[in-house]
Ligand binder design. Structure first.
Ligand code: PEP
Ligand code: MG
Length: 589
């Protein structure tokens, strides 16, 4: 039994499918003089095939999923066509007599060493894109068509990888993926995001697991406590198979409630909204019964774009989400780049000592007023389209720290609207403006901020990390970065009460909105609007049906007297088992 970090709840049993790098050992052969030209030609052929494949993937994903999701393949094609990339491979083939495979291997090593020097998680993860391109090229060079093991697999698989690459996610489409285990990764990695959006149990941070498991082994993923079991004995296996059946049954039962309102046992209506990155998630959100979009993270559009998405491209992406969310409110958050997500063309140096506390989010948007104005214009134009089709767009600003920032942002929105008016372009006439509350300073001064905004959305992922001074992506301090920590609960209660008294609309859109233990406490504090990964909506709807305000308040009163995080977590685990025993499978420690 091994322990990692649960990133998506549930229990799964299946056959391990290990994804290793395709070339484990570099090719040590040195080319003869008369082989060089042929090797260069091989490389060109592989490059053409890879480019054609990427274009076909781009086309397919754009048509079936959406342009934002397809953009990653255009980005890969630009890596493939990058002159520096190709020149290095050619030079090593010609000068050092390396095979093209070995040259690619050397290139990947170079990039890996270079990227490893940065503290920037986003840049670190971009090495995966280079690796993805190298693997694709290498596959064509060696005529390997399928990764190891796929042909011997049928039935449910548990994917075990160092980290999932974007192209692997697409090629996994033919397999019945029941669970995901990754050696690297955190809540924000590709694997975690994909697993959550598909409701697949997943565990990350399982260091060294690929050394202990091979394709074909039986493997159990128990995301309740973050455990992985390799080749369980027959008794363990049948116990986990039973749990897995319960999990599937529960998911089916819960999915059936998609058209029911989210209502507590004593008749209080709740709003369950979705956190999305683009069109595909927006469709999943509707399928899961979301009543709107509480957080559209627009940075995905920039992060996957080969260069800067222009106003028209942004407008199309927003319009796609609006069209996928009929008769709903769509809350679009302006670019939240920085911290762990960087975009090189915005002048990030990647050398900030404290990126999460540095030049990120709205601070960066202010320094690029024209770039920011493009996004504001695209959103305002999309809002006009929403009004036409019976939906509404709200505009939300991340990481607001000071009152002046709200005033500044409002004047920029007015200016963008004025410009559009002059150009006689339609724009939303009543776009509500809101702030994300994710900085402790803003939480303390919330009363001064409220008169300036139409609505507030608590970004608890950041609020918790800043309150506890514990990096949300660093497993070494994850025991501190806990949403159920007593000081966090005190601050949340203060913010919820302040918004309630001022009559301001309030949502919480961090991960805790989809966590059953936290959900009970937030409801008792007075929160009525929750925004979460679409896959969590059915279970939170079910949980709501087990709650009454009186009983939840009793639980909250007791929880607020507890002085340690462990105490609150233990107490809430017990309470949850009592309130909604059928949901215990979805509880994550
Ligand atoms: C948050 O901070 O809680 C949030 C929802 O925003 P993000 O996770 O994108 O920083
Ligand atoms: Mg945030």
């Amino acid at each position: 039994m091994r322990k990692g970090i649960s990133v998506s709840p549930g229990v799964a049993v299946g056959t391990a499918y290990c994804i290793h790098e395709i070339f484990v050992d570099p090719d040590t052969k040195r080319l003869e003089d008369n082989e060089v030209t042929a090797e260069l030609a091989n490389y060109e052929t592989a490059r053409d095939k890879a480019a054609a494949e990427l274009r076909a993937l781009h086309h397919k994903v754009a048509a079936q999923v959406g342009p934002a999701e397809a953009a990653i393949f255009a980005a890969h094609e630009s890596i493939l066509r990058d002159a520096a990339f190709t020149n290095k491979v050619r030079t090593w083939v010609v000068n050092d007599r390396l095979t093209a495979q070995a040259a690619l291997h050397r290139l990947l090593d170079e990039y890996t060493i270079l990227f490893a020097k940065t503290n920037d998680e986003y840049i670190k993860e971009r090495v995966n894109d280079v690796r993805d391109v190298v693997i694709r090229l290498s596959t064509h060079l060696s005529n390997i068509v399928k990764p190891e093991g796929t042909n011997i697999l049928s039935g449910p698989v548990i994917v075990v990888a160092d980290e999932l690459l974007p192209s692997q996610v697409v090629t996994l489409g033919g397999l019945e993926v029941r669970g995901i285990v990754t050696q690297a990764g955190s809540q924000t990695s590709h694997a975690a995001i994909i697993a959550r959006s598909r409701g697949i149990p997943a565990i990350s941070g399982m260091r060294g697991i690929l050394r202990h498991v091979k394709t074909g082994d039986t493997i159990v993923v128990d995301a309740r406590g973050g455990h992985v079991l390799v080749n369980p004995d027959p008794e363990q296996r049948s116990a986990y198979l039973k749990l897995e059946r319960e999990f599937f049954l529960l998911k089916d039962q819960l999915a059936a409630n998609r058209d029911q309102p989210a209502r507590t046992q004593d008749g209080i209506d709740l709003e369950l909204l979705a956190n999305i990155n683009g069109g595909i998630d927006a469709r999943a959100a509707v399928a899961m019964g979301a009543s709107g979009v509480g957080l559209f993270r627009t940075e995905y559009l920039y992060l996957t774009h080969p260069d800067v998405p222009d106003e028209e491209e942004q407008y199309i992406a927003y319009k796609e989400v609006i069209d996928a969310s009929p008769n709903r409110t769509i809350t679009i958050r302006t670019l939240d780049i920085g911290g762990d997500k960087t975009v090189p063309y915005l002048g990030h140096t990647h050398q900030e000592a404290n990126p999460f506390m540095g030049w990120r989010s709205i601070r960066l948007s202010f320094e690029h007023p024209e770039f920011f104005a493009t996004q504001l214009r695209a959103v305002l134009r999309a809002a006009a389209h929403a009004e036409q089709v019976g939906s509404r767009v709200r505009l939300m600003f991340p990481m607001i720290t000071a009152l002046e920032e709200i005033r500044k942002v409002k004047s920029m929105v007015n200016k963008a609207a004025q410009q559009l008016r002059q150009e006689q372009k339609p724009f939303g006439s009543d776009v509500k403006l809101g702030m994300m509350l994710e900085v402790p300073a803003a939480a303390i001064s919330i009363k001064d901020m409220l008169p300036e905004v139409d609505f507030v959305s608590i970004g608890s992922n950041d609020l918790v990390q800043y309150l506890m001074a514990a990096d949300r992506d660093n497993p070494k301090v994850s025991h501190l970065c806990q949403p159920l920590a007593p000081p966090v609960l005190k601050v949340l209660s203060h913010v919820i009460k302040s918004c309630d008294r001022a009559g301001k609309s309030l949502t919480l859109c961090g991960e805790m909105a989809g966590q059953p233990r936290a959900f009970v406490l937030l409801f008792a504090m007075g929160l009525r609007s929750f925004s979460m990964s679409p896959a969590f909506i059915p279970s939170m709807k079910e949980l709501a049906a087990h709650l009454t305000l009186e009983s939840a308040r009793q639980v909250l009163r007791k929880a607020m007297t507890l002085r340690t995080t462990a105490g609150v977590k233990r107490y809430m685990a017990e309470q949850l088992a009592r309130i909604a025993p059928n949901l215990r499978m979805l509880d994550v420690d």
